[in-house]
Ligand binder design. Structure first.
Ligand SMILES: [Zn+2]
Length: 134
């Protein structure tokens, strides 16, 4: 993907992970990634409509996954380009809660409430920088 596409994805996301909403400024030394929502191995493209900004933890946990299991049934992961974040997720304190099946499986597959991630949010809350839309 070219530099212009990369810059566009960063700007469109406002410098935030489009899954867990962490901002680059809150993410220490690690740089957010431009992620393929549908991986190349599943015929995903390099077009902006298949790209999103993601923190390394969301990106590495997601990998090339497209779905997760909920009660034994396959459910597609949240898609940042075609679905609205607030419709699928909400904050409960510093924990992320799924409001829909897609939200629930995405939190599970991306391990979005891992202890280290909760601790980071608690630190941000203490500093008055959490939740993201406050
Ligand atoms: Zn993230």
């Amino acid at each position: 993907m070219d530099a212009a596409t990369r810059a566009f994805v960063w700007k469109r996301a406002g410098g935030r992970c489009e899954y867990c909403q962490i901002h680059q400024d809150e993410y220490g030394f690690q740089t957010l990634h431009v992620e393929h929502i549908v991986a190349i191995k599943h015929d995903g493209s390099d077009e902006a409509k298949n790209l999103c900004l993601a923190c390394s933890e969301c990106n590495w946990s997601k990998g090339t996954n497209l779905a997760g299991l909920l009660d034994g049934k396959l459910v597609a992961l949240f898609h940042p380009r075609t679905q609205n974040w607030k419709r699928h997720f909400r904050w409960e304190g510093t924990a992320l809660v799924g409001k829909t099946k897609a939200g629930i499986v995405t939190i599970h597959v991306l391990d979005m409430n891992r202890d280290s991630r909760i601790m980071l949010r608690e630190n941000l809350l203490f500093e008055g920088r959490f939740p993201p839309d406050a």
